[in-house]
Write a protein that binds this ligand. Structure first.
Ligand SMILES: CC(C)(COP(=O)(O)OP(=O)(O)OC[C@H]1O[C@@H](n2cnc3c(N)ncnc32)[C@H](O)[C@@H]1OP(=O)(O)O)[C@@H](O)C(=O)NCCC(=O)NCCS
Length: 329
């Protein structure tokens, strides 16, 4: 019997309508458009406005479009993994909430928290359920309402993040397409440089932690930047070597998008030209777990069956990783 691999059989995305431009940020913090563009490559990002709306609502919109495109039905889904750093609540999982909202009664559901690498961790995890033969239709959703944890008084972080979601359907195939390999890594020593200080079990939120703005993202940019360049570039080069891929063999690089300079360094290290790099940072900023599926969604029409695609990510933890897949349709 031929080997079962996990193929992406559909992709969709959703970004909210509201555009937060660099010009508007200039009115909120001491920054300027030139600095933001030259240091990060970001021109604008989307923000989910509206009372009572959270990450699950972004994910639901992406899944609705995915069902429409693929014809998949909610009841057929047997597993839902939601990658998010901004769950609706600490518990229950956002995957459970999405399942309820879309009527996926036959799925078991859980979230994966690996900050900006979460979507990649989730795809790799899901691929193992497919390869084992235990599950046949898996939804992997990457969704984040980053505006809910960003301090709009901190100019070093508020310029970076935006809200968005993407979703993919993973199904078994025996034609050799789909997920070929993955390399994932973590280093918890990085927690010092990128974290949310309070609101967890070590420091539950109280008046003082809120007054100190400890419920927002804290980032020490430079060490994170250096670790991101090193790990995302290393792991991408490593997966190419391990699978005997040259830069010519790679059709597309789909990098996590936190800073255009980190993406450029990764592409350079792989020897892959800019024309092969999917880039949405300029219009969405860093959408954390939404970034990679949003790229695949936007480029879907340019992809061909058999294209060698490298996904790469780096995020808080630290976490990082790379997946090599062959596009399946
Ligand atoms: C955050 C980041 C864009 C900052 O860029 P940087 O080039 O490292 O900038 P620095 O932090 O060294 O700051 C340089 C100067 O710009 C200032 N600055 C910071 N943010 C600014 C802003 N929005 N507008 C204007 N000036 C700003 C700093 O205060 C500093 O000023 P000083 O030299 O007078 O102290 C960059 O470090 C980064 O992208 N880090 C990694 C992000 C990432 O990968 N995250 C992981 C996944 S989420």
């Amino acid at each position: 019997m031929s080997k079962i691999t996990a193929a992406i059989t559909g992709v969709s995305g959703y970004v909210p309508d509201y555009i937060l431009s660099n010009k508007e940020l200039e009115t909120m913090v001491d920054t300027n458009e030139d600095w933001i563009i030259s240091r990060t490559g970001i021109k604008e990002r989307r923000i989910l406005k509206g009372e009572g709306l959270g990450t699950s609502d972004l994910g639901v919109e992406a899944v609705k479009e995915l069902f429409k495109k693929t014809g998949a039905q909610a009841q057929e889904i047997d597993l839902i993994i939601c990658a998010t750093a901004t769950p609706d609540r600490i518990f229950p999982s956002t995957a459970c909430i999405i399942a309820d909202k879309i009527g996926a009664k036959n799925a078991f559901c859980f979230d994966i928290m690996a900050a900006c690498s979460g979507f990649l961790y989730s795809v790799y995890t899901a691929s193992k359920f497919i390869e084992s033969g235990s599950h046949k239709k898996i939804l992997v959703i990457g969704a984040d309402k980053m505006s809910s944890i960003v301090d709009y008084k901190d100019r070093s972080t508020c310029i970076i993040f935006g809200d968005g979601a993407g979703a993919i359907l993973l199904e078994p195939t025996t034609d050799g397409m789909g997920i070929q390999d993955g390399i994932l890594g973590s280093d918890g020593a990085g927690r010092e440089f990128l974290n949310i200080k309070s609101g967890g079990s070590v420091s539950p939120s109280n008046k003082e932690t809120v007054a100190n703005r400890e419920h927002f993202v804290f980032q020490d940019g430079q060490p994170v930047f250096k670790a991101a360049v090193k790990n995302m570039a290393d792991v991408s080069a490593k997966i190419m070597k391990k699978n005997n891929l040259t830069a010519d063999d790679v059709a597309w690089l789909v990098p996590h998008q936190a800073n255009k300079r980190i993406i450029d360094a990764t592409a350079r290290r792989m020897g892959v030209g800019n024309e092969k790099v999917m880039l949405n940072i300029q219009k969405y900023g860093n959408t954390t777990n939404g970034t990679i599926p949003l790229c695949l969604w936007e480029w879907e029409n340019q992809l061909n069956k058999g294209d060698n695609i490298i996904l790469a990510a780096f995020g808080g933890g630290f976490t990082w990783g790379s997946i090599y897949l062959k596009w399946a349709y």
